[in-house]
Write a protein that binds this ligand. Structure first.
Ligand SMILES: Nc1ncnc2c1ncn2[C@@H]1O[C@H](COP(=O)(O)OP(=O)(O)OP(=O)(O)O)[C@@H](O)[C@H]1O
Length: 459
């Protein structure tokens, strides 16, 4: 096992030096940061098992830093160090989640003892999380859930195309399950024994995307201190998921196109042509056609990627899936937190079916997690109020379609939401719904049929 990495934050360089020397003697690997900002940066590129921070720093106090750290790594043990301890700050620190509080001058044997204990705990928590992840995968918690006609179509398509090597382009708003679907494709493919590799093209800084994807040779650019294997090589024999493909830098688009055509590429700064056998699944929440028209996305690449398009419907288009998804997520969190929250009360369920879910399934999942922890009364208000008001109608229209088509789609969506709300309120009683909507029952039946709405679903 490698030495336990700890991060020490203090604005005073000599304190950092002393801490490093002492804790290294105690067998820790020590990383230091001179400010809260630097500490957060360190957390972005390394993975310490504990953090020691000075309470007073110019850019932020230690408690504020601890809060931010815990937002990123909720379980990371934090030890606070202060020049002048007061009972109030000590109590405040412990209340906010510090595991220990020390006054200067620090006795390093004591700190080491505290850290050893903390690090062991953190290691077992991580192991537990990993095992839990495996269990959840086995229990099917990473399968796509949904029985609405829209999702059934998607799932049928998944079964149909998973075994092939053809490139898949996933479309759909944020949180609709594009990554989950990409993983499902991989798991059902002959490539499943090899690890699934995912890259979020918008998360990697523009200058680094090429090396991220294709790797680089030592010395290819300043900072390239060693050869690096890119994602394409990692994904050899497997599936490569390219998320947010619409954001890809134009220069890299050209290189990607070549790889797709020739199955061959070179590392940045290299000359050897490397061959890979990679199945590409790309995803975007943007209308790529518009990016093509604006000259931001290569048309030839678009056609290369768009071999098998799969569109994931927004959650508001399939409110019938909401109860099932809730059950699914509540089960997941009941296992995770070891406590069971009851099913959603009817008014919550009704509000959930009507909610527009701008964050889609991710938003629903977060809501269920909050419910599992805080109970339903705490989350019910989230489903009413502002979140339901769209900023602009155009946000829900397909602005790339011809006007009549776009308008028809918007009207259809509106009618569906309108009727779903009434059907829910009146528990599927068509007579009552027709009266509330002010239309004839026969017309309502026809409309429901056209929209694929079934009164049985609302009883
Ligand atoms: N049909 C589904 N059944 C179960 N869980 C789902 C489903 N769809 C999405 N989820 C869950 O919702 C969350 C968001 O899904 P995912 O990350 O796949 O969305 P995405 O479309 O890739 O989002 P983004 O565009 O923001 O990257 C994940 O936790 C995922 O497991």
């Amino acid at each position: 096992m490698s030495a336990d990495l700890v991060l020490v934050v203090d604005d005073d360089p000599s304190t950092r030096k002393v801490a490093r020397a002492n804790l290294s003697l105690e067998g820790f690997e020590v990383l230091t940061a001179g400010s809260a900002a630097e500490a957060l940066q360190r957390l972005g590129d390394s993975d310490p098992l504990a953090l020691v921070t000075d309470l007073k720093m110019p850019d932020r106090d230690g408690i504020a830093l601890m809060d931010e750290v815990h937002a990123l790594r909720p379980s990371l043990p934090v030890v606070l160090v202060t020049g002048h301890a007061t009972v109030e700050t000590a109590v405040a620190a412990m209340k906010r989640g510090a595991i220990h509080y020390l006054t200067k001058p620090v006795r390093y044997e004591e700190l080491a003892l505290v850290l050893r204990h903390a690090v062991t705990g953190e290691r077992s928590r991580r192991e537990l999380t990993r095992l839990r992840g495996e269990l959840e995968r086995e229990a099917g918690f990473d399968e796509l859930v949904g029985t609405s006609p829209e999702m059934r179509d998607v799932l049928a398509l998944v079964e149909q195309v998973a075994g092939a090597d053809a490139t898949v382009l996933l479309r759909g708003e944020t949180g609709t399950g594009k990554e989950l679907l990409a993983r499902a494709l991989h798991r059902r493919s002959p490539r499943r024994e090899r690890p699934f590799v995912a890259v979020n093209c918008s998360a990697v800084p523009a200058g680094l995307v090429e090396s991220e994807l294709f790797g680089h040779e030592k010395g290819a650019f300043t900072g390239a201190v060693a050869r690096r294997v890119g994602r394409f090589e990692q994904a050899d024999g497997s599936t490569l998921f390219l998320d947010e493909i619409g954001e890809l830098d134009p220069a890299v688009q050209a290189k990607l196109l070549r790889v797709l055509q020739e199955r061959e590429f070179t590392r940045v700064g290299g000359t050897a042509a490397l061959q890979v056998d990679v199945r590409i699944v790309a995803a975007t929440h943007q209308p790529l056609e518009a990016r093509v028209r604006e000259g931001l996305f290569r048309e030839d690449l678009y056609y290369r990627l768009n071999v098998i398009p799969i569109r994931l419907p927004a959650l508001r288009e399939r409110p019938g899936d909401v109860p099932l998804l809730m059950e699914h997520f509540l089960g997941e969190f009941a296992r995770r937190y070891g406590r069971v929250v009851g099913p959603p009360p009817p008014e919550v369920l009704a509000a959930a079916r009507e909610h527009l879910w701008p964050g889609n399934v991710r938003e629903l999942r977060n809501l269920c997690e909050r419910a599992a922890v805080l109970g339903w009364p705490a989350v019910a208000p989230l489903l009413t109020g502002d979140a339901r008001a769209p900023a602009s109608l155009a946000a829900f229209a397909d602005l790339d379609a011809p006007l009549l088509e776009a308008r028809a789609a918007l009207v259809e969506r509106f009618e569906r939401e309108y009727l779903v709300r009434l059907l829910t309120q009146h528990r599927g009683k068509v007579g009552e719904v027709a009266r509330a909507a002010g239309i004839a029952e026969r017309n309502l039946y026809e409309k429901m049929k056209a929209l694929g709405l079934n009164r049985e679903d609302y009883r």
